[in-house]
Design a protein around this ligand. Structure first.
Ligand code: ADP
Ligand code: MG
Length: 584
């Protein structure tokens, strides 16, 4: 139960609700155990009349009527309290489930990119849904059934003992057996259901990947082989499910069988005691009713145990994520205004997971308001530079300064709020275009949105849609072309009015004419903004204040356009080649 200690804080948060739940449970079960007593009593009254111990028939009838009314009243009350018991304990478990989900979600938000690289999406989703619901079974039903069982056993056992010790002992013989066999069965069920869960996970992951890659699947015409793969997993999953159901199917027959034995024992032993005149006939019936009331809580012991075991395993998986310390730590909470100076001093950067050294000994110095272009082949380290400026990763070797502060010491939230970043493959959410742009500035006015869209040269495209800025994108909405997506995400970055603007190869999918327009708009609005433009095209770079050429993580050339076309090298080759393409 080590892992489950984590939820104790929630128990104490809701301790009053739980305490009330406990009292209500005791009351409900106490009442439920009254019924056998009244039934037994009624039979005894009839027997007494038959014996001639009591002679007044009217009295007997009157007493029986009262007993019937009592049974009805007690049953209704007990039912009402059972309802209240669920209302308190189960509702509390839902509240704890909600809190736990929020706790995990907040942790997900804190964790760094590396964490998301190492863990699969399906797994992240599973822990916040499946695993949390397993834990809920512990904080709700498991707790409720345990209280239930303890109250019933203590109260029931005391009542039975007070009537007849010998009969009680015989009646309870099968109970340990019942408990043990159900515990064993629960273990088997647990093991098999874990396997079923794994197959379910497999199926989900398989489908998720297949849906995401649907256009590849269709265009390569490999539906048939995908179906075959799916069939295989689905078939295995079915087999495991059938295997599980076989164990499940044993549960009730086993229980009924053991209750049956208990009832037979009551009848046999009770009958003998009756013949010997030690007990009355009503007592036999009373005991039989006790057996039936007590069976369920005892049977549930095994079930509760396996619920707790599953919750423990799930909480372990949850704790694993909760205990991860985010790699990127924000130690500074003071508000910092960036001026926009960016300096790299001898920065060497290696990705932990692949051990690829993406940057080697990089020195860059960009002044506030300057535009810097970074060129280089794919894999040369361009995006890595950008990721380091946004502090998606921390450098171990070398220093990055924002103005005069090392980036590690600056307020991360403040820094990120002043950086406008357009990634290489922009991501738009399945919301309206307007909302997607407003992502950069939550309280943007309509004029600001339109101005940003105009500067990103996407306004005309947007108003062509029937719903204009209210057009919904994504899964059930309009799909934008690559170039349109890039421009919407440029608008999103511009509207932020950042101090540092970063374009990671985000003009690749627009034609040179549009590129020209966007760049000249940028020049107009980015007087005080430090701008990083990553590109493959000379046309994007030529007006920059400074151009850097990267190759295999090293700076191989730097200077202005005019300086670089005057010397032999990567930049001039690219220039000649693109000039030639243009002429053709
Ligand atoms: P570019 O943007 O110039 O194409 P990148 O900065 O993306 O280059 O990549 C530089 C090198 O680092 C490449 O060899 C790439 O494989 C590697 N790399 C990039 N991103 C990661 C990552 N998240 N994890 C591990 N290696 C990476
Ligand atoms: Mg890149």
């Amino acid at each position: 139960m080590k892992e489950l200690r984590h939820v104790n804080k929630y128990f104490s948060k809701y301790k009053w609700r739980l305490l009330i739940g406990l009292l209500i449970t005791i009351l409900a079960k106490f009442l439920a155990l009254k019924i056998p007593q009244i039934v037994g009593d009624s039979l005894n009254i009839v027997e007494d009349y038959q014996d001639g111990t009591v002679t007044n028939l009217e009295d007997v009838k009157h007493q029986l009527l009262i007993n019937v009314l009592l049974i009805i009243g007690v049953a209704i009350l007990s039912g009402f309290f059972t309802f209240l018991m669920r209302q308190t304990i189960i509702v509390t478990s839902r509240l704890i489930e909600f809190d736990l989900k929020n706790e995990i979600y907040q942790q997900y938000q804190r964790l760094s990119l590396n964490f998301y690289k190492k863990n699969r999406t399906g797994d992240l989703m599973n822990r916040i849904s499946e695993d949390v619901s397993k834990v809920r079974m512990y904080v709700g039903p498991a707790v409720m059934y345990s209280i239930n069982m303890i109250v019933l056993l203590v109260v029931g056992f005391t009542q039975m003992m007070s009537i007849d010790v010998k009969l009680t002992m015989y009646t309870l013989i099968p109970f340990p057996l019942l408990s043990i066999s159900i515990f064993v069965l629960s273990k088997v069920i647990h093991k098999r259901s874990t396997i079923v869960q794994q197959y379910l996970s497999k199926l989900t992951t398989f489908n998720q990947e297949f849906f995401s890659g649907i256009n590849v699947v269709k265009s390569y015409g490999i539906e048939a082989s995908i179906i075959k793969d799916f069939d295989k997993i689905a078939d295995e999953s079915k087999e495991k499910n059938i295997h599980l159901q076989k164990a499940n199917a044993l549960f009730f027959p086993l229980m009924v069988f053991l209750i049956g034995i208990s009832n037979l024992l009551v009848l046999y032993v009770g009958g003998q005691l009756y013949i010997e005149n030690e007990i009355q006939i009503g007592t036999i019936i009373e005991f039989m009713l006790y057996v039936n009331i007590l069976t369920w809580p005892v049977a549930v012991v095994g079930w509760v145990t396996s619920m707790v075991q599953q919750a423990e395993a799930s909480q372990a998986r949850i704790n694993e994520f909760l205990q991860q310390v985010p790699e990127i730590q924000n130690t500074n909470t003071s508000s910092t205004e960036l001026k926009g100076n960016v300096t790299f001093k001898d920065v060497t950067f290696t990705y932990d997971d692949t051990n690829i050294t993406a940057l080697k000994n990089i020195n860059i110095s960009v002044k506030s308001g300057e535009t810097i272009a970074i060129l280089g082949k794919t894999g040369s380290g361009k995006s890595t530079i950008i990721e380091l400026i946004s502090r998606l990763y921390d450098t171990k070797i070398g220093t990055i300064l924002l103005d005069d502060t090392p980036i590690r010491e600056a307020n991360l939230d403040a820094v990120r709020s002043q950086i406008g970043f357009v990634p290489q493959d922009p991501f738009l959410f399945s919301e309206t275009i307007e909302d997607n742009i407003k992502f950069g500035k939550q309280d943007a006015t309509e004029e600001e949105i339109i101005a940003a869209a105009k500067n990103a040269d996407v306004h005309k495209n947007i108003i062509d849609f029937p719903n204009g800025y209210k057009t919904v994108l994504g899964e059930r909405g309009v799909t934008l072309s690559g170039g349109q997506k890039q421009r919407v995400s440029i608008a999103r970055a511009i509207i932020k009015k950042p101090k540092i603007l970063i374009f990671d190869d985000c003009l690749s999918a627009v034609d040179t004419e549009t590129e020209e327009k966007i760049l000249s708009n940028l020049e107009r609005i980015s007087k005080n903004i430090t701008t990083f433009i990553i590109s493959h095209r000379i046309s994007s770079a030529k007006n920059a204040d400074k151009i850097i050429v990267l190759d295999q993580g090293k700076i191989i050339q730097q200077g202005t356009h005019n300086q670089l076309i005057a010397i032999e090298g990567y930049y001039k080759d690219l220039y000649d080649q693109q000039l030639l393409e243009k002429e053709i």
